[in-house]
Design a binder for this molecule. Structure first.
Ligand SMILES: [Zn+2]
Length: 377
């Protein structure tokens, strides 16, 4: 087997994204330097439920080093202070970029007037089809299996969104694009591979998408994708991609910058645009051969979602006619990313790591058999 032909490079591309800006930095006045040694008898708080830019464990560890006057302040105060400290360790270029992105979002939010205010926060009954809602309510594997198909290992497809919601989201994106054109506002596109489309987080949908991830995707990923951080998702990047003859036409073979990707077709009328999947791979094995059982092609259906690991290699075939919009939610886990940086073997999810491990086991068993034979002679 070889890589799919897609007219572009034959190397798998890592799709990049703009980062999420940090919370407000605040000033803490004098005496706000860290202690040189930890205050061991101070019991640090738990930060794992807070939306922080860095792993919550860093905050728990750093708390014993806080200056005395901060130790009894609120958890939010302490977290803010520590974010401030951690930012000093970011390179200058990163700080400037974060600051610029914050400013960019502020400009959009204070000038753009939404068309459908009601889709900026989650209204479950208006957003989702009843079968999906019921499965989420139960949050059990058997319920998910009832409404979701798994046509190939690790790819789940299911009916998710109401047609009415899809229409509203499409018209909101159209409305936003018109505003962009009228005001000549220069917007950032969703990633390095799409020239069209918009980042939903940049024009006010960040909170809504956060809830979508936490309340409607995490219950599923916790069951099916736990080995790639599926139970510790803590940030997202949400965007719309547009395909068609006057838009992006296709998307080359790549992996996403996510642990879990939710890809929902919103419509409208189109032909072509099938997704092709070719197995899950770790960084090291991203360009290794595809095994025959890993080949899977999927045709989009409006309102239907595909849920897969970000490391599941894929691409989109040309949308040959019409106009197609998809909502993409990249879900990430900072805990998983940190753990991954200390590991070398990913045989629980990388197809190639698994194949190599099996091969080693086969050789080892064969050697043992040989040895036994030799001894019995
Ligand atoms: Zn691997």
């Amino acid at each position: 087997m070889s890589h799919p032909q897609n007219g572009s490079s034959d190397r798998t591309h890592q799709q990049q994204h703009p980062h999420v800006p940090p919370p407000m930095l605040s000033s803490y006045g004098p005496n706000s330097t860290l202690r040189s040694s930890p205050k061991r008898d101070h019991n640090p708080e738990n930060y794992d439920d807070m939306r922080l830019q860095f792993n919550h464990l860093i905050f728990t560890s750093l708390e014993q080093y806080l200056p005395p006057h901060l130790l009894n302040r609120s958890r939010e105060d302490k977290a803010n202070y520590m974010v401030n400290i951690l930012h000093r360790y970011l390179p200058e270029s990163e700080r400037v970029r974060i600051q610029k992105h914050k400013e960019y979002r502020r400009k959009i939010l204070s000038n753009y007037t939404p068309l459908h205010k009601e889709i900026y926060s989650v209204h479950a009954e208006n957003f989702f089809v009843p079968s999906f809602l019921q499965a989420i309510k139960e949050s059990r594997e058997v319920g998910f299996r009832r409404v979701m198909a798994e046509p190939v290992k690790g790819i789940f497809t299911f009916q998710m969104l109401q047609p009415k919601f899809c229409e509203k989201l499409i018209s909101e994106v159209d409305h936003f694009e018109r505003w962009v054109n009228q005001t000549k506002f220069r917007i950032m596109r969703p990633n390095t591979m799409n020239q069209y489309g918009a980042v939903l987080d940049d024009f006010g949908m960040e909170t809504m998408l956060d809830r979508l991830m936490n309340d409607f995707i995490l219950p599923i990923s916790r069951v099916f994708f736990t080995e790639v951080g599926g139970s510790t998702l803590d940030s997202h990047h949400g965007f719309i991609v547009e395909y068609g003859t006057n838009r992006d036409v296709e998307l080359g073979f790549h992996v996403d910058d996510s642990e879990i990707t939710l890809n929902i077709c919103l419509g409208k009328e189109f032909s072509g645009g099938e997704l092709f999947f070719r197995g899950v791979r770790c960084d090291e094995h991203v360009n290794t051969e595809t095994q025959s059982e890993e080949i899977f092609d999927y045709s989009h259906v409006p309102g239907h979602a595909v849920l897969h690991r970000g490391r599941h290699r894929h691409g989109a075939r040309p949308t040959t006619s019409g106009h197609r919009l998809n909502l993409i939610l990249w879900c990430r886990s900072s805990v998983f990313r940190e753990m991954k940086s200390y590991q070398r073997n990913f045989s629980t999810w990388c197809g190639e790591c698994r194949r190599k491990k099996k091969e080693r086991e086969r050789i080892s068993i064969a050697a043992t058999k040989q040895e036994l034979l030799r001894m019995s002679v």
